[in-house]
Design a protein around this ligand. Structure first.
Ligand SMILES: NC(=O)c1ccc[n+]([C@@H]2O[C@H](COP(=O)([O-])OP(=O)(O)OC[C@H]3O[C@@H](n4cnc5c(N)ncnc54)[C@H](OP(=O)(O)O)[C@@H]3O)[C@@H](O)[C@H]2O)c1
Length: 320
């Protein structure tokens, strides 16, 4: 089968289309013939080599999210999955391929009304956004800032915060055009990446969902309201610096908090329930799967180039 591998960390030219054997399911696994493959920000983080010290080596197939049809199951997996259309999380890789492996616990049935393309746009990002807001103890009436809002996690966070009754939903983006699109999805204030650019925006926030990470995280700790909570969800701009502890202590009287959040800590049954509800909401048009582009699998490097150029709004989806 055709798959895309990372042969060299760095720019997208290090990615190659390779012929590899169709994977065989190990215990608890099934194989999905892919119909749509999500291109996530985490794939770019891995491809750049940011996580090279965290067990990622060259030769890996990136891609953590696919939708398609189950073509094989392990002996210990319920055979009724065979032939079903599913959404699947494939872990930290394996998705950019004509067939992908997933643990049966990471597979959900795809509602007939939802396209495979929409499913891989929302399937992981939606639950990440939902549980990140829950991790921040977001409540109706509170103000929210979403840092790095133009990706699929940020877009879902903006929509969910607005639907959840936020008093204000500010976003950071480097593009006025994307800012306008985020307003249409529920943002009330559009800031530049440093947090400026809108004199009418709140000066502080109850909740900051930080998908960008990098050096800017510390600056945004200073934008927390008393009892405010900043949750680091992503590291698009690299690992956050460690001086946020000093920032917190300097503002001791504000009782601010900084936390990290990974969907890995959410029990599978809770993720599945939220994903199923979000898929149904998307099918009803209440949540939006924002697809930037649909490209052939062989153009995965082009998808990554667009991500590196910062022109993507929402998600690029690959089709085999
Ligand atoms: N916590 C979890 O469970 C979980 C799960 C999956 C993924 N993740 C993480 O989420 C991140 C990817 O999320 P995503 O796919 O939604 O995002 P994305 O599409 O990669 O990026 C979202 C936006 O961030 C902005 N951005 C890019 N570089 C930036 C920088 N240097 N400083 C500030 N903003 C910058 C860009 O918008 P503008 O140009 O408009 O500013 C970009 O469109 C990865 O770090 C991944 O590891 C976390």
């Amino acid at each position: 089968m055709r798959a895309v591998t990372i042969e060299r960390f760095g720019d997208p030219s290090g990615m190659a289309v390779t012929d590899v054997p169709v994977p065989a399911p190990g215990p608890g696994q099934l194989v999905i013939e892919t119909e749509a493959i999500g291109v996530g920000g985490v794939d770019a983080v891995i491809r750049r080599g940011t996580l090279a010290g965290y067990g990622f080596t060259t030769g890996l197939i990136p891609g953590s999210e696919v939708a398609g049809t189950v073509t094989a199951v392990a002996a210990d997996v319920d055979a009724s999955w065979l032939g079903r259309r599913v959404w699947a999380f494939t872990g930290t890789g394996g998705g950019y391929a004509e067939h992908a492996l997933a643990q049966v616990a990471d597979v959900d049935a795809l509602p007939a009304e939802l396209s495979a393309v929409d499913a891989v746009t929302l399937g992981n990002a939606g639950p990440v956004a939902h549980f990140a807001l829950a991790h921040a103890h977001f409540a109706s009436g509170e103000s929210v800032l979403v840092r790095g809002a133009a990706g699929s996690i940020g877009i879902a966070t903006v929509e969910l915060a607005a639907l959840g009754g936020a008093s204000a939903v500010a976003v950071t983006t480097s593009s006025p055009e994307r800012g306008g699109r985020l307003r249409a999805l529920g943002a009330t204030h559009v800031l530049d990446r440093s947090g400026g650019g809108d004199p009418g925006a709140p000066s502080s926030y109850d909740v900051i969902i930080d998908i960008a990470g990098g050096p800017g995280t510390s600056e945004f700790v200073d934008r927390l309201a008393p009892n405010g909570r900043l949750v680091v969800v992503g590291a698009i701009a690299g690992m956050p610096p460690t001086d946020f502890g000093e920032r917190l202590l300097r503002a001791f009287q504000q009782s601010r908090s900084v936390a990290t959040f990974s969907l890995d800590t959410v029990p599978t049954s809770e993720r599945d329930a939220v994903r199923a509800a979000q898929f149904a909401a998307a099918a009803r048009g209440e949540l939006h799967a924002v697809v930037h582009d649909v490209l052939p699998l062989g153009q995965a490097a082009d998808a990554h180039r667009q991500m590196d150029e910062g022109t993507v709004f929402g998600r690029i989806v690959l089709v085999p």
